[in-house]
Design a protein around this ligand. Structure first.
Ligand SMILES: C[S@@+](CC[C@H](N)C(=O)[O-])C[C@H]1O[C@@H](n2cnc3c(N)ncnc32)[C@H](O)[C@@H]1O
Length: 923
């Protein structure tokens, strides 16, 4: 924000409490000097310092006036009334008190003319005195432990003409116990103030906003960020809402400053010396509680007049409260602002230069960077800076972050435009906090302790400073550091209340009831990486298409299209190709208690019982498909004719004796039983077609798969498997979300777990529940891309083991003869995917089968791929499905790997032959 904007906000804030700009201006100007243009300090606690300084200033002027009047008249005239209670040396401030004044303060005229005792009675102050509503003011309430101020120095001669500015030092305060904080003004009625640390839910329309320094992009998913940022809308997902008016972390926190416990805060000698300069802001002892660490702050001293005050200012960009100084741009702004306030050449019009002098010697400065939501875990930088090194200064945190991000972007080929180092660190704090707070006792039976890798521990000085142990822990469990490569995982077999997926609109708008949501059919990426969505004019090929507006009526329903229309411009990061564990691999960190990060109905934990490899490969967890780039997904309401929906149904279609229109695709019968499992016949047919494909292959005229390999000289189609479809009811149908013909769209309904396989297949997925045959397990979710795009992806990948495992959406490619490239779709879960990306392959007799499911589109080219059990599966059994790999065909889109499925019918002949020679190969 520019200095001018900040100045304007300061003026507005003061205006809101009745102080005119005329009064504010000189004081603000002076404050800027004192604080070395650190606006933060002025803005903290809703301009508390500024207000205090103004009152001081006015009081002094009032005193002067009274003095003059007393001299010239026998009887005293009206007196300026102090508006605030100044904390006296021995008197701690009231609990939770802030100096924020909600009362309508005196006008400039009142201040000039003096104000009678009665005039200051709250009852006479008019609206906005005690009610928060009337005052258009946002409040920056410091979090506990976070208030920092320097106390008033009683040694300062307050009768001086110049405003006495009080830098405030962190003051210890007990946690407020009441939300009603008495604000006394020499016996006046207390005003109701919000307690410190109180979340202010209401933000009144004003340029001032509650700052949310700690708020993370709730969703630590960059995708969500992308969605939010590129669309300029707030996402509808509650975790992503970061509106200051509500949501979780709206507590406004000032940056904390810390020091070594017990450190002498203000060396007496320096204070004494400075005092002689008649400008020392002398600290006074403040009550402290255990909650507070004494502050080690640079003390503000005022030097004697300097001929070159500008230079002095520039040389002394210093830190305050251990916090970073203003960045250079804001400094420039501040300079400009300073000039705008005082006019050119008057920057040092008092003939004084204020600087923040570092009075401690070789003092470590702690710069708090970021903390977990609850604040108990934080990342801070400890900086031991050399004594009196003239050029040493703590740089602006913003500038540091920018520099590191730029480096990361270059070094690690990060293509995510909204990549934020701060978010990564925030996520780290939160993960640490979550893991540390995860009580092993809660889940003892399901706790799996992995012995730390002692070698690695030794190498990396594993004895962590938290004193955490990795086995036999009592109450604290330290999360394993990814650097240390040791861990203690706890499986979370916790059943959450099933939650309806949040309403998502394609443009990222909050799809609240009745909201008109504009669905866009294609999303185009600009070269810059921004996204642009356009509604294409009617396509002659799809004559019914045109206006694609729809009414979103069900607030609890998932996206009507079942995928999020976000264009992700992404090239394959080098680290995927080379080394998953490359330091700096920039993907969201896994929450091993729930790798879905709350996106699914159930937590999906990740456990490693076989090695010290801590986490599954990193990827972006998405619960619904997203479009990569060129995929032409035709999902428009106008294309969904009424006959494709069961408009006349009501409640549960399964309760009707007559199958509804949606059952048409499954031969006039529902694919599901009343209990929500696949019907025997349907399942048997699907299994049979899968296992014995010979009779169910079709060949397209010009196969997109071959085309993208060889262009016009493409080989003939090698055949695609015809598949049986399920058609579920959806939002345009008359039934409700609980309708028995809506199974897949309701999401995962069983406890699943990601685990490291012992057979060397990498990570796999297993069930923690017994699953009956025909159970829907999960959808295969990933990026929707064209087979051409997939081919391009595959050609970039050189290491066979780090390949994509895409699913071709080719079940209907033969029906139209020639499929256009942009319509030849597939799903790839390598970078963006859901839990299905962990399901390993098993030849022939896998316990899962993939079945196409149409939810929102009658277009067979785009459908969902759902995985159902082919037999009863016991708890803890690995879930597998047959990728359909032709191990002999090196051109197969799923690149071959050495199959370790263990099936007697394993199709990987090389491996099978080896196994015959050495039975140990197949365990
Ligand atoms: C979709 S991923 C499955 C999850 C993967 N295991 C992981 O750790 O992320 C497919 C990859 O898993 C491995 N994989 C899957 N099934 C396998 C099998 N039967 N034998 C050996 N490796 C297998 C292969 O490396 C394959 O490329």
């Amino acid at each position: 924000m520019t200095a001018n904007a900040r100045a304007l906000m300061a003026f507005n804030a003061m205006k809101a409490i009745g102080i005119s700009g005329e009064i504010v201006k000189p004081v603000l100007k002076n404050l800027l000097k004192v604080y070395d243009k650190n606006w933060q300090l002025i803005e903290d606690e809703n301009y508390r310092v500024l207000a205090d300084a103004i009152f001081e200033y006015e009081e002094n002027k009032g005193n002067e006036k009274q003095k003059v009047e007393a001299d010239s008249h026998d009887e005293s005239g009206p007196r300026l009334k102090r508006l605030r209670k100044k904390y006296q040396e021995d008197e701690p401030p009231p609990s939770g008190e802030t100096s924020l004044r909600r009362q309508k303060g005196p006008t400039h005229d009142q201040l000039q003319n003096g104000l009678g005792e009665e005039g200051m009675e709250p009852s006479n102050l008019g609206e906005g005195v005690s009610g928060l509503d009337a005052v258009p003011l946002n409040i920056h309430i410091p979090r506990r432990n976070e208030e920092h101020s320097l106390p008033h120095d009683s040694s300062i001669d307050e009768s001086e003409e110049a405003p006495q500015l009080h830098l405030r030092r962190k003051r210890s305060e007990p946690e407020p116990t009441s939300s009603h904080i008495p604000f006394k003004d020499k016996g006046k009625e207390p005003l109701v103030l919000p307690p410190s640390c109180t979340r202010i839910e209401r933000v009144v329309p004003t340029p001032l906003r509650i700052r949310d320094d700690t708020a993370e992009p709730m969703s630590i998913s960059p995708l969500a960020d992308q969605r939010n940022k590129t669309n300029g809308h707030l996402s509808s997902h509650p975790r992503e809402n970061k509106v200051v008016t509500g949501g979780a972390p709206t507590v406004v926190c000032t940056d904390e400053a810390k020091t070594k416990p017990g450190a002498d805060q203000f060396p007496k000698e320096t204070l004494a010396n400075a005092d002689q300069s008649n400008r020392l802001i002398n600290p006074k002892s403040e009550p402290s509680s255990d909650d507070f660490l004494p502050l080690e702050l640079p003390v503000a001293v005022i030097h004697p007049p300097s001929p070159d005050c500008r230079r002095a200012e520039d040389n002394d960009r210093n830190v305050s409260n251990g916090h970073h100084s203003v960045d250079t741009s804001s400094s420039r702004d501040a300079d400009a602002e300073d000039e705008s306030l005082s006019g050119p050449g008057t920057a040092c019009n008092n003939g004084e230069v204020l600087e923040l002098a570092n009075v401690t010697e070789a003092t470590p400065a702690n710069v708090d960077i970021v903390s977990s939501n609850s604040g108990e875990v934080k990342i801070s930088l400890s900086c031991n800076y050399p004594q009196r090194q003239p050029n040493f200064h703590l740089p602006s945190l913003d500038v540091v972050l920018k520099m590191v991000e730029d480096k990361c972007l270059k070094s690690y080929k990060i293509t995510e435009p909204n990549f934020s180092l701060m978010n990564v660190m925030k996520e780290m704090c939160q993960c640490f906090s979550d893991l540390a707070n995860d009580s092993p006792d809660d889940n003892q039976a399901n706790s799996i302790h992995i012995k730390p890798n002692l070698d690695l521990q030794k190498k990396s000085n594993m004895n962590n400073s938290l004193g955490a142990t990795f086995e036999n822990q009592d109450s604290f469990q330290a999360p394993a550091s990814s650097l240390h490569r040791s861990l203690s995982f706890h499986s979370s077999v916790q059943v959450n209340e099933p939650q309806a997926p949040s309403a998502l609109a394609l443009d990222g708008m909050d799809a609240s009831p009745g909201t008109t949501v504009q669905l866009t059919e294609e999303v185009f990426a600009r070269p810059s990486g921004e996204t642009e969505k356009t509604v294409k004019p009617t396509d002659p090929e799809f004559p019914n298409e045109g206006d694609m507006r729809m009414e979103q009526t069900d607030p609890g329903s998932s996206s009507p299209l079942g995928f999020v229309g976000v264009q992700i411009e992404m090239s394959i990061p080098d680290d995927i190709i080379s080394e998953d564990d490359t330091p700096g691999l920039l993907r969201p960190l896994h929450d091993v208690n729930d790798i879905a990060k709350g996106e699914e109905n159930f937590r999906i934990s990740a456990v490693n019982e076989v090695s010290s490899e801590p986490y599954p490969p990193l990827f972006f967890y998405i619960p619904q498909n997203i479009i990569f780039r060129s995929a032409h997904v035709k999902c428009t309401l106008s294309r969904i004719a009424d006959e494709d929906c069961c408009l006349s149904c009501f409640g549960d279609c399964m309760s009707s004796s007559v199958p509804c229109a949606c059952a048409r695709v499954t031969g006039g019968d529902f694919a599901y039983t009343l209990e929500g499992f696949l019907k025997e016949n349907f399942l048997n047919e699907c299994i049979s077609m899968n296992r014995y494909p010979q009779n169910h292959l079709f060949y397209c005229e010009s196969c997109p798969l071959e085309r993208c390999k060889n262009g016009d000289l493409s080989d003939p189609c090698k055949g695609h498997l015809e598949r049986k479809f399920i058609k579920e009811c959806w939002s345009k149908c008359g039934c409700n979300k609980q309708c028995g013909n809506r199974v897949v769209q309701r999401g995962i309904s069983w406890n699943l777990q990601v685990f490291l396989t012992v057979e060397g297949k990498g990570w796999g997925l297993r069930t923690l529940d017994d699953l009956p045959r025909g159970t829907f397990v999960c959808e295969y979710v990933g990026e929707i891309l064209t087979s051409k795009e997939l081919n391009e992806r595959n050609t970039q990948i050189v290491d066979g083991d780090k390949q994509t495992c895409p699913v071709l959406l080719d079940a209907a490619w033969g029906s139209d003869g020639v499929v256009k490239d942009k319509e030849a779709l597939c799903l790839d879960a390598t970078f963006y995917g859901n839990v299905a990306r962990f399901i390993n392959h098993r030849c022939f007799d896998a316990n899962l089968i993939e079945i196409p499911v149409e939810v929102e589109s009658p277009n067979h080219r785009y459908y969902h791929v759902a995985l159902f059990t082919t037999r009863d599966v016991e708890a803890l059994e690995e879930l597998t499905w047959d990728y359909g790999i032709d191990f002999a065909n090196s051109n197969h889109p799923v690149k071959g790997f050495r199959c370790r499925c263990g099936s007697k019918s394993c199709r990987d002949m090389k491996r099978s032959q080896k196994a015959k020679l050495n039975p140990l190969v197949l365990r």
